[in-house]
Write a protein that binds this ligand. Structure first.
Ligand code: BG6
Length: 489
């Protein structure tokens, strides 16, 4: 009973939300560096210039109706949260020491692609960037923390977006594989666990997740195909470089947790279809081929993707070793959604659940159901690499954040994961909470939406000392890890 002895407890971050140092050590700009701050009521912006020199901002994580000749660029007068983020670049020793104090067995992080290949197109990597991650991995190993590395966490060299539309173009595969070869070879004795594409099914958020300068289903699905091929090639290559590597895919599993609003079969069919739009990604990465229902869906909706000779072989040969996933919430949907609701993103409000300040439904039982479904579907080990609650923490008069709500969230979700293991027999390898330290929000670019056990003194206007302080949840999570998930009080 309980979790495996070697259960991988830890926390997860992403370079574009945590690292900062955007122009240091030879790093090039990324798609995420031209994204401005938003809020819960206003989408993030993306800045660009036109050939006539005029400067513009378009709102939305998927870029719509872009004028011809637009070049994405950092402009004066805007706040770009990724540039400094919370400066892991200069604080990594201090932060890793805090992760060690929490008892982390693993730390999931991403390598910033433009830190290694500044434009994505160079023949040779940037040694200073490689050295930075060497130092980070060495620091982790000093505390016996196993790194788990995401190769693509929403971040693409901006030059690839400006030159040919990033993943919309097949040439990006070659650039990505060159990057993978470099880091696999360099860190083959320092990193064992790798994830290919973070939340691959969030490619629907074109610009934010993959640097795609368009909002068009044909382009999105073609780009997804390029990512499938790149993921499979990376898996194959990684295994050749070190047969001990364990390489996983990564799914935003909240999007598969879609409940029908009523027991009307039409609602049930709708929920099933919407979950299918997400599961299909894992189907390809775990089974090695496109499922028939997705091929039919694309045919019905006039979505045509171009596959090259040999792609089917590549997909077959590059299936993953395990499935990693994020889970934050469940969603509901109806065949007749109320006017204005967005069935793919949020669905309607679930009256049986409470929600966070950002409208995220809190559903631990949905977590267990999701784990059960995924395991049943693929029979592969599951690694939960993101789970957590974004909240506007207040620092108390004693200088400490008393975040009981966060402890409650984690307690109920870790219990649900335990139920999945003990009651449903799901094989779970480990659990890394999202943002164990406060970082920039991907969706809104805010600092105000905090996930951490560690508070960072930084505000939405780029102010603050960057000082790190432990919240109440810090001690609680430490105890959970020390007891291998037995003590959740
Ligand atoms: C996931 C992403 O979608 O959710 C993370 O992989 C992101 O990068 C996390 O930060 C939480 O979302 P948000 O918008 O609250 O930061």
């Amino acid at each position: 009973m309980g979790f495996r002895k070697d259960f991988l407890w830890g926390g997860a971050t992403a370079a574009n939300q945590y690292e900062g140092g955007w122009q240091e050590g030879g790093r090039g700009p990324a798609n995420t560096d031209v994204m401005t701050k938003g809020s819960k009521d206003q989408a993030r912006g993306v800045t660009y210039v036109l050939p006539d020199g005029s400067e513009h901002l378009t709102r939305g994580v998927a870029v719509k109706d872009l004028p011809k000749g637009a070049e994405f660029k950092v402009l004066e007068g805007y706040t770009y949260p990724s540039h400094e983020a919370v400066d892991f670049y200069h604080h990594y020793k201090e932060d890793i020491a805090l992760f060690a104090e929490l008892g982390f067995k693993t730390y999931r992080m991403s390598i910033s692609w433009p830190r290694i290949y500044p434009t994505g197109m160079e023949e040779e990597p940037n040694e200073e960037g490689l050295k930075f991650y060497d130092d980070v991995f060495d620091e982790l190993h000093k505390y016996k923390i196993e790194p788990m590395v995401t190769l693509h966490h929403f971040e693409v060299p901006l030059a690839l977006t400006n030159t040919w539309g990033a993943w919309a173009d097949r040439r990006t595969i070659g650039c990505f594989i060159r990057f993978c070869r470099t880091v696999f070879e360099r860190y083959k004795n320092k990193v064992k666990y790798w994830l290919t594409f973070n939340e691959i099914n969030n490619i629907y958020f074109g610009f934010l997740s993959s640097g795609i300068p368009a909002d068009d289903m044909n382009i999105t699905m073609q780009a997804a195909h390029h990512q499938f091929v790149a993921s499979a090639m990376a898996v194959k290559l990684g295994r050749e470089i070190n047969p001990d590597f364990r390489i996983g895919c990564m799914l935003a599993a909240s999007r598969c947790t879609v409940y029908p609003a009523t027991c009307n079969p039409l609602d049930i069919q709708k929920a099933w279809e919407q979950a299918g739009r997400q599961y299909f990604f894992t189907d390809v990465q775990c089974r090695g081929y496109y499922p028939s229902y997705q091929l039919k869906f694309m045919e019905r909706n006039g979505i045509h993707i171009h596959m090259e000779d040999g792609d089917e072989e590549i997909l077959k040969e590059g299936t993953v070793d395990f499935i990693s996933l994020s889970y934050y919430r469940s969603m509901i949907t109806s065949a007749t959604p109320e006017k204005g609701s967005d069935p793919l993103l949020l669905g309607a409000i679930n009256p049986y659940l409470k929600a966070t300040e950002w409208g995220i439904a809190i559903d631990p039982l949905g977590f267990r159901i999701t784990l059960h479904n995924l395991y049943d579907r693929y029979q592969l080990p599951l690694m939960i690499v993101e789970n957590g609650i974004g909240a506007a923490d207040e620092v108390g008069e004693d200088g400490v954040v008393h975040d009981d709500y966060r402890i409650d969230f984690f307690r109920s979700h870790i219990q649900a994961m335990k139920d999945a293991v003990e009651l449903d027999g799901v094989d779970v390898m480990g659990y890394t909470s999202w943002g164990p330290i406060d970082i920039v929000s991907a969706g809104t670019g805010e600092m105000r939406k905090r996930y951490g056990f560690i508070y960072v003194d930084k505000d939405d206007e780029n102010g603050g000392t960057l000082k790190r302080t432990k919240k109440d949840s810090f001690l609680w999570y430490k105890k959970v890890i020390a007891s291998n998930g037995e003590d959740l009080d």
